[in-house]
Design a protein around this ligand. Structure first.
Ligand code: GLY
Length: 353
């Protein structure tokens, strides 16, 4: 997969204009959702390099990451002079960068695109690494392609427009990157104060986090091996999200990942020797900042079934990424149903839910 330019930008206009110059194009389109159209578009609208750009806006939130929104974007491009040499700029969270990346990668067999992620989750995860797609038939990210953005511009000014819950949500993916990288990075993450954000320090952590993801994606762009490290916390996290959906409870993705990390680090403790003190410190950080996801033992079977349907599995065997220690990644791990139920018991006992 072609390497993306990932630019940590303090001057968004200069960085964007430079990125646009790198992609020769006949027409420029900017994709937003209705929220980023209102909140973020004004921050870029006067940039010289966007003069004459056409703006496309789709409804916000993951429930609109659909074929219908995608079709709207394709139609807009097609009916407004889009060609194989056009350039699409995606301004938004992961929903916009995923759907916009897929629209660009398929329109006229593929046009260049630039991501400007506006949420922490998109900055450290969704907008980086070339996974694009839409939800389909009720399944998340069911249709999509690996196709890298030409550039990804990271400007942490956007983070000041985010509420605490959305900051914490993105931060869970950073915590995951800490666990799969080094002791030093993990330690600075679990010691960061999420209740009183130091934005300059956060920018440094974001840069480090993105470089960890980028390094893994470069080694294994199509998730044949080590990219599975990025799934840490997600096997259980996705099951929590599915349960929340079935019970009409609202859960942000990163919160589900954080709670999933508690579970999967416990499995790591019993199966691959993850140290108890680091388990404890990580759990304390998550409990203090993310609260708990409450459920009782009556839903264990349902959670287990959700895990068996995860698209990362092969032949119906639940695939976990576990840890031997900070930075010691163990991909392609399995666990028995008894171990999984024990893990859920541990989660409920340790979080008091
Ligand atoms: N979000 C995980 C990955 O990009 O592989």
């Amino acid at each position: 997969m072609r390497k993306q330019d990932i630019i940590i930008s303090n001057d968004l206009e200069a960085s964007l204009c430079h990125a646009i110059e790198q992609c020769s194009h006949d027409k420029l389109f900017v994709l937003t959702d209705h929220t980023t159209n209102e909140k973020c578009r004004p921050l870029i609208a006067d940039f010289d390099c966007l003069k004459g750009a056409e703006y496309i806006s789709i409804p916000a939130t993951d429930e609109h990451k659909t074929l219908e929104s995608l079709s709207y974007v394709w139609s807009y491009l097609s009916q407004n002079g889009g060609s194989r040499h056009s350039l699409l700029i995606n301004l938004g969270g992961g929903m916009v960068t995923d759907l916009g990346g897929f629209a660009a990668s398929t329109f006229k067999r593929g046009i260049n695109y630039i991501n400007i992620p506006t949420t922490l989750l998109a900055m450290v995860d969704a907008a980086v690494g070339g996974k694009t797609g839409i939800n389909f038939n009720g399944l998340k990210n069911e249709i999509g392609v690996f196709s890298p953005a030409h550039s990804v511009l990271l400007n942490t000014t956007f983070l000041k427009t985010l509420d605490t819950a959305n900051l914490c949500s993105g931060y869970a993916e950073m915590l995951k990157h800490g666990l799969i990288s080094t002791e030093t990075h993990w330690a600075e993450l679990v010691n960061f104060d999420l209740t009183n954000i130091d934005y300059a320090a956060l920018q440094q952590l974001v840069a480090k986090s993105v470089s960890i993801k980028e390094g893994i994606v470069q080694t294994d762009p199509y998730e044949q091996g080590i990219r599975k490290a990025l799934n840490l916390g997600h096997t259980v996290g996705h099951a929590f999200e599915s349960l929340a959906l079935a019970e009409n409870r609202t859960v942000l993705h990163g919160y589900a990942v954080a709670w999933g990390l508690i579970c999967e680090l416990y499995l790591s403790f019993i199966k691959t020797g993850f140290p108890k003190d680091r388990l404890r410190q990580t759990i304390d950080f998550i409990k203090n900042n993310y609260g708990v996801f409450a459920f009782d033992c009556k839903v264990y079977e349902q959670l287990y079934q959700f895990m068996t349907h995860d698209k990362k599995n092969t032949s119906g065997i639940i695939n976990f990424t576990l840890m031997g220690d900070i930075g010691d990644i163990k991909i392609n791990q399995s666990a028995t149903k008894e171990e999984i139920f024990e893990m859920l018991d541990f989660y409920r006992e340790t979080t008091g839910c």
